[in-house]
Design a protein around this ligand. Structure first.
Ligand code: CP
Length: 349
């Protein structure tokens, strides 16, 4: 049997790891989060509140639009989905969104492409461009990979999750979900839109690109963000990620202040070297019906998925009346239609 000298999917990770340190802080000095190409979304931080408002409004417009008319918008335009990590929600919703606008899509995944043979992210991106891709939607295990791909290809890139860095479309769909419940008619956002709202993010903050993108977005709209978890998954340094963020390690105290509780999965795939006693974790941080009823009976429960029933939350909470988990998934399609249309129209749909 021939042996592989280098696991190919790790090659771009090494390439970027030289420049991107593991840190709870956004690696802004190392990896550019400002798009070079109009329509790219690499980071939630580079979207202004006007951009966010425009995306929310466009999502609602496209969602209501006649499907035949909608399918004319990007008829026969070519979009590549480049996925180096597993995904159900993000991949499917981006694909449905692009197809709903009439675009042709192709999926390239690390397990069934020449990435397995050692092709780099740069060469895969250039190959997709030569095949006619006009935009690339990228999920990759390395922080900064979306920025690198954009720079090397010159194509608009939508970051569908890059390592421990960001997941901007998730933050946008989370915002749409929150607004649908707390400010039902809001299509525009401003610095006070979420004034008085407290969002508690619980669990594996250190490894969570979803937490980072939400931490960078929600306080800009006036929300208070509380981070809750054990030191191994939530270093004190996390509060320096931005303004409006605090840490409360006592789950009951955090719940008592919460308008929204955002539970996170323990990311087993990113825990190498960390000692974490899962039974102790569950005892301190698992969201149960009893805890919810006692400390936050009115709180909305969110989770980006995939959920692990019986670990970060119980099945009863996931299926319970306060759970918005499937609504989040639903909002993903409209938000991603807006992002895809924006990407293929130079940011001005
Ligand atoms: N929330 C999220 O990114 O889910 P997937 O990994 O299934 O895409």
């Amino acid at each position: 049997m021939p042996t592989k000298a280098t696991p190919p999917a790790r090659e771009p990770a090494r390439e970027i790891a030289r420049r991107a340190p593991v840190s709870i802080k956004a690696p802004t000095a190392i990896v550019s989060t400002s798009p070079l190409v109009a329509g790219s979304v690499l980071s939630i931080a580079s979207l202004t509140l006007d951009d966010v408002s425009a995306i929310l409004a466009l999502a609602s417009k496209l969602e209501k639009e006649d499907p035949l008319k909608r399918a004319d918008r990007l008829a026969k335009r070519r979009i590549a989905l480049l996925f180096y990590e597993a995904s159900t929600r993000t991949r499917t919703s981006f694909e449905l969104a692009a197809k709903g606008l009439g675009a042709d899509t192709t999926l390239v995944s690390s397990l069934s492409s020449s990435i397995e043979k050692g092709e780099t992210l740069k060469d895969t991106g250039l190959t997709l461009r030569a095949l006619g891709a006009e935009a690339i939607i990228l999920r990759h295990p390395s922080s900064g990979s979306a920025s690198l791909l954009e720079r090397e290809t010159g194509l608009p890139v939508l970051n569908a999750g890059d390592g421990m860095h960001e997941h901007p479309s998730q933050a946008l769909l989370d915002l749409r979900t929150i607004l649908a419940h707390l400010r039902s008619s809001a299509q525009t956002v401003a610095a006070d839109t979420l004034a008085g709202v407290t969002v508690t993010i619980v669990g594996d903050i250190l490894h969570s690109r979803v937490a980072r993108s939400n931490m960078l977005l929600l306080p800009r709209l006036g929300a208070k963000v509380i981070l809750c978890g054990p030191p191994a998954l939530l270093p004190e340094l996390a509060i320096t990620a931005g303004p409006g963020i605090s840490i409360e390690r006592d789950f009951a105290k955090a719940l008592a202040q919460s308008t929204v509780v955002m539970m996170l999965r323990i990311q087993a795939e990113r825990l190498a070297g960390l000692q974490l006693d899962l039974e102790e974790y569950k005892a301190n941080y698992q969201l149960t019906e009893t805890l919810l009823a006692k400390h936050a009976p009115e709180a909305l429960v969110m989770h980006p998925g995939p959920i692990v029933r019986g670990l970060e939350l119980t099945g009863e909470v996931a299926d319970g009346p306060k759970s918005l988990i499937l609504e989040q998934v639903h909002h993903g399609v409209a938000i991603r239609m807006a992002l895809v249309l924006r990407a293929l129209t130079g940011g001005r749909p």
